[in-house]
Design a protein around this ligand. Structure first.
Ligand code: ATP
Ligand code: MG
Length: 1095
């Protein structure tokens, strides 16, 4: 991570391009402008992620970034944060590892306004965790469900708004549950308040939930006819907002994805059919219109009743009756009596819409339940929760739904403030750490304005009071609400009223709410009549969606939508408070949804209200890490003998002992009353790295023993197979025929300089140092590495330029994908020469363990190509040369290697310009086979220690298995449909006739040229003013600029004598020079005045 000034001590930092600073704690000037500037610089360079300590800032790029591939999944796995550029995978990895190591639940709170990228971020996290965690087929099934729950819930719960083409219209907290081994084996979704009013109405230019469009675009012929599907314009519920298509959404293919998701989740095909039938039923309900008849409503055209009644399995007349009248209980004296009241047109429309909204919401709940059942686990162990809610939003008209959505966002901001700004500072004081407080705007005042119960009562309480006293369809209730609000909280700093509603000064800006409909939506009762109607359905699935018992006496006030969301939000807060929290703060750089479009004022506004500046200040003056003593001791117990397996004695002393064991500077930490505080993340990384190294060492010892134990049989078999490849084709060396196969002869685990050329998790099948011969038959050492995918040849070169001039560095000389190898050839004698043939040119190698190499290569080749690797045995071999663009050999050309019978076991080479003659004495006959019993314990030849283990890195994470399920909606037996077809409408089934034009269309057309002022950067209101007032502390909390981050301390040694380097990879030094030991393998690798070399 290069941005840590000039302290670039990690080898990877040289490979990473930089842009601005990647942790804004390192900004030289902490102002909102410099934060915006840094984010902009990085954004324009295509870096969307930036840290503020552990908080990840993510700026929506509005285009697919290239850094989410398998390569990054590997790169970030188990990597220390400074090894790689900031990334959401780093955060996800950190969370996962924390959970596994510390055995603590984790959560990630993803916040940001609508369209800032929260849902995309949540999906990246789920995808990453599912890819890096292990598990058998059962776990894979849970992973599939976790991933497939997204397209399914998005189909029914997301919609195009003016802010976002795929806007979440519900909130979701997804707990991924894990086994103690870290395998995701269960999960639970809690969902929050779906914006169901969208089914029946929405702002101009917006759409209803995606599923309606998906069904119409994606249904097959049978579905079209059974469900009465025609064109989008035909349905009133869809045609009123004038938006049908979305640029980046393909409803037709998304429909298939929705069906696929239902299959994966295990929703039966008859249930799937019912779900779609209700979706169609809702659309058809919307086409029922009413006319005035006297003072009452009558269904305008009765034929429109038939189709919804048929789809919902209810009686057409009963439907008509329930839409135009209602049973009311009334009390006369002591008696109560039920009377039938007829409804007017407005009330009838309202009733129809209430039914449609309820149907959609209940289907949505059914889907959430189905997902939960499919992931259910009988007991909970550890979990990672991912919170993705609907973002803060301001529309032209903001109703009750926006009020609830913005309230939940306000609560999330409050958590962030509580945990990162308030609690952090309070903790320093509690623990007795010296601290100068840093001011910030605390939005608790706005939360209280909305949810407070008393003194003064909040908006929701006042709303509930009004609802408790209103009549069935509450005309005038909304105005009463407005009056009461003015009376009771009219003078609140964060509240204003206007003639149609009220204004709340939210943390993210002033929002003006229209009170129209607030009371109805808050009451959110589904009339008993409608429940009865749906319970009378002859379709059991639909009946089951309305399980309410109507006989039960209702006590107390019914729950309102407002109190429900308030409770949900507060429950959520307490759930989150129980986990170790992580934060992603999403920023939306523009409203055009275009890449590279940077609207400065918009970003600045978000930077301000998110409190990023205060976040940086607290972070910078504070301590990056804190942990209670016991937990710290547990985590780092492995570091020293004294602390392993547990520390006996005073915990504080134990912590001190561990910190000293890694030589952390005393000014880098403080011990509080119960916790240790560590200042810079780098000091922590040092601890983590040392811990990793220790674990690695132990793990390797265990692996080695285990491997020895299990490998025998496998190796015998491998050796036999290898021998079979050469049987009757090549003479064998005496001592090689019965030797063990080791695979890695150079100890790749301890050779990061070689491993870096190979994928981080790529398994090493074979690695050995070989001799490679060039066109003049000059031999040079190369490391030959075989992985399941590639053959690598690594050489060494002196650096010609730059600060490392003169040093020797490993360079990749050749990389051949296994499937590109066309053949391997060798002689029939016992020599070690092989030629790797490839399309372009061949490589002539002398390799001691050629039998092992060839057999492993042959296996991988067959795996990848389903063909046998062509092997050629001949004593005259052709070698195709590389084409060079310069010099006398530019034509490429070829060479020959001839093998002659000679003497002894050593090959004698006689090169001439075009031919290499190799002579060698006879080996074991070609039909020699290894003896089965005599399994020699590494009798020959390992060049270094007797056996380096073959590195068995975990297999690359499996990708989701996509069961190829095509459209598999199977309908229930057709007769039911056919019988139920209403008379007289049969011919219209193919293409239902269009309803009468709505009078609302005129009004709609007017509305279609919307005023887009609401898309402007919002007014900050009192929240902003207060923020500015509290925003004037001296930079860095009055402290001096922090000292540059310390380098991790390395062990050092002092030279007793001077030494002059004898070779390119040695270090010259004088007596008394201090040398840092960078690495100790079999040689020491040390650093002296920036030169790194072996000593
Ligand atoms: N990391 C990303 N890479 C590419 N495109 C992105 C990324 N994040 C967001 N987008 C784009 O922005 C759109 C909106 O993002 P997303 O749906 O995640 O927003 P949101 O914050 O969940 O909004 P809402 O609150 O409305 O649900 C996405 O559909 C996608 O087109
Ligand atoms: Mg979203």
């Amino acid at each position: 991570m290069g941005s840590r000034g000039h302290y670039r001590y990690h080898w990877q930092s040289h490979n990473v391009k930089q842009s601005g600073v990647d942790d804004m704690v390192l900004l030289s000037k902490i102002t909102e402008d410099s934060i915006v500037e840094n984010l902009k610089k990085r954004y324009m360079d295509d870096y969307i992620f930036t840290y503020i300590g552990p908080v990840l800032i993510s700026v929506n790029p509005f285009k697919q970034m290239p850094y989410f591939s398998e390569k990054e999944v590997e790169m970030y796995q188990g990597a220390a944060p400074y090894e790689n550029p900031p990334h959401i995978y780093a955060l996800a990895d950190h969370m996962y590892r924390n959970m596994v190591i510390d055995r603590e639940n984790q959560c990630v709170i993803i916040s940001g306004e609508s369209g800032a990228g929260k849902t995309v971020a949540a999906k990246y996290i789920m995808g990453y965790i599912s890819r890096i965690s292990g598990g058998g087929p059962k776990v894979q099934h849970v992973k599939d469900i976790i991933l497939q729950s997204n397209p399914l819930l998005e189909a029914f719960g997301n919609a195009k708004t003016v802010r976002n083409n795929n806007s979440s219209r519900f909130g979701k907290y997804f707990e991924i549950q894990f086994s103690p081994g870290g395998e995701p084996d269960g999960g639970k979704i809690s969902n929050f308040l779906l914006e169901k009013s969208r089914v029946v109405m929405r702002n101009p230019g917006e759409r209803s939930f995606h599923i309606f469009y998906q069904l119409i675009e994606g249904a097959n012929a049978e579905q079209r006819s059974n469900l009465g599907i025609t064109s989008l314009e035909y349905y009133y519920y869809l045609n009123q907002s004038g938006s049908y298509k979305v640029d980046d959404i393909n409803d037709k293919s998304d429909f298939q994805e929705t069906i696929h998701a239902m299959n994966v989740i295990g929703i039966f095909s008859d249930e799937q059919a019912m779900v779609l039938q209700i979706v169609a039923g809702v659309l058809h309900l919307g086409n029922i219109t009413f006319k005035e008849s006297g003072n009452y409503a009558a269904v305008e055209s009765e034929e429109f009743l038939a189709f919804p009644a048929f789809l919902l399995g209810i009686n057409q007349n009963r439907l008509k009756e329930k839409l135009t009248s209602r049973q009311m209980d009334s009390k006369w004296g002591g008696k109560s009596e039920s009377i039938n009241v007829t409804l007017n047109v407005e009330q009838a429309c309202y009733t129809r819409d209430a039914l449609s909204k309820a149907l959609h919401a209940r289907v949505f709940d059914f889907l959430v339940d189905s997902i939960n059942k499919a992931m259910e686990k009988d007991h909970e162990e550890y979990n990672i929760g991912v919170l993705d809610i609907y973002g803060f939003e301001i529309f032209q008209k903001n109703g009750f739904e926006q009020f609830c959505i913005n309230f939940v966002n306000e609560k999330l901001q409050q958590i962030f403030i509580e945990l990162t700004l308030k609690a952090e500072q309070e903790e320093y004081i509690q623990e007795g750490i010296k601290w100068t407080p840093i001011d910030y705007f605390n939005n608790k005042i706005v939360c209280d304005l909305i949810e407070s119960k008393v003194n003064p009562p909040g908006i929701m309480s006042i709303l509930d009071d009004v609802c408790a006293t209103m009549h069935a369809v509450g005309e005038g209730a909304d105005q009463t609400l407005l009056q009461k609000l003015r009376m009771q909280i009219g003078t609140h700093d964060h509240f204003n009223s206007w003639n149609q509603g009220f204004i709340v000064h939210h943390y993210a800006g002033k929002v003006s709410y229209d009170v129209d409909g607030f009371c109805e939506r808050n009451r959110d009762v589904l009339f008993t009549d409608l429940i009865e109607l749906m319970q009378s359905s002859e379709i059991p699935f639909i009946k089951a969606l309305f399980p309410e018992s109507l006989q039960a006496e209702k006590k107390g006030r019914p729950t309102t939508a407002g109190s429900k969301i308030k409770k949900q939000a507060n429950d959520l807060v307490s759930t989150l408070m129980k986990c170790t929290p992580h934060y992603i703060r999403c920023i939306k750089p523009n409203e055009t949804k275009k890449p590279k479009d940077w609207e400065e004022s918009r970003v600045k506004h978000q930077v301000e209200y998110l409190g990023l500046k205060e976040n940086i200040r607290v972070r910078r003056a504070g301590y990056a890490y804190r942990r209670i003593f016991r937990k710290f001791l547990n985590r780092y117990a492995i570091l020293t003998k004294e602390s392993w397996a547990s520390w006996h004695g005073d915990e504080k002393q134990g912590v001190l002992h561990l910190l000293r064991s890694v030589n952390i500077d005393p000014d880098q930490f403080q011990l509080g009353r119960t916790k240790v505080f560590i200042k810079a993340p780098e000091s922590l990384f040092l601890l983590e790295e040392t811990r990793e190294r220790k674990y690695d060492g132990f793990a390797r010892t265990i692996q080695k023993a285990w491997r020895k134990y299990t490998a025998r049989k496998r190796y015998v078999q491998m050796r036999e197979e290898a021998s079979d490849l050469l049987l009757n084709r090549k003479e064998r060396r005496r001592h090689s025929i019965n030797r063990n196969f080791v695979g890695d002869y150079i100890g790749m685990d301890d050779r990061p300089e070689l491993r870096k050329f190979v994928g981080k998790r790529e398994k090493i099948d074979f690695a050995d140092t070989v001799t490679k011969y060039d066109r003049r038959f000059k031999g040079i050492k190369r490391d030959l590495i075989l992985t399941p995918k590639c053959v690598y040849l690594i050489g060494r070169e002196k650096v010609k330029q730059g600060p490392e001039k003169g040093q020797v560095r490993e360079v990749m000389k050749r990389r051949i994908e296994v499937e590109r190898i066309t053949a391997v050839s060798a002689s029939t004698m016992q020599d070690d020469f092989i030629i790797l043939h490839e399309q372009e040119y061949d490589s002539l190698l002398e390799c001691t363990f050629k039998t092992e190499f060839i057999s492993l290569l042959a296996k991988r080749f067959e795996e990848r190509t389903q063909r046998k690797l062509p092997l050629k045995f001949s004593n005259t071999l052709d070698l195709k040369l590389k084409k060079e663009n310069w010099g006398p050999w530019s034509a490429g050309g070829s060479r020959q290697v001839q093998f002659l019978q000679g003497q002894g076991d050593m090959a004698i080479l006689k090169p001439s310009s075009k031919t290499l003659q190799v002579s060698i004495g006879p080996g074991l006959p070609k039909n020699s086979r290894p003896s089965k019993k005599n399994f020699v314990q590494s009798g020959a030849i390992s060049r270094q220690q007797s056996s380096f283990p073959v590195r068995a890195a975990p297999a690359p994470p499996g990708t989701t298995s996509h069961n190829s399920v095509h459209n598999s909606v199977h309908h229930r037996p057709a007769p039911g449909y056919l019988q139920a077809q209403p008379k007289g409408t049969g011919s219209k089934m193919e293409r239902p006739s269009l309803p009468q034009p709505h009078s609302i269309n005129k009004e709609r057309n007017q509305r279609l040229q919307p005023n887009l002022d609401f898309l402007r950067v919002p007014d900050q209101g009192a929240a902003g003013i207060q923020r500015q007032m509290t925003n004037r502390p001296p930079p860095g909390g009055g402290r001096p600029k922090p000292a540059p981050k310390p380098k991790p301390q390395m062990p050092q040694c002092k030279a007793l004598y001077a030494y002059d380097a004898q070779d390119t990879d040695e270090l010259s030094f004088n007596a008394d020079d201090v040398i840092e030991i960078v690495r100790e393998v079999s040689w020491f690798r040390g650093r002296l005045q920036k030169a790194i070399s072996e000593v």
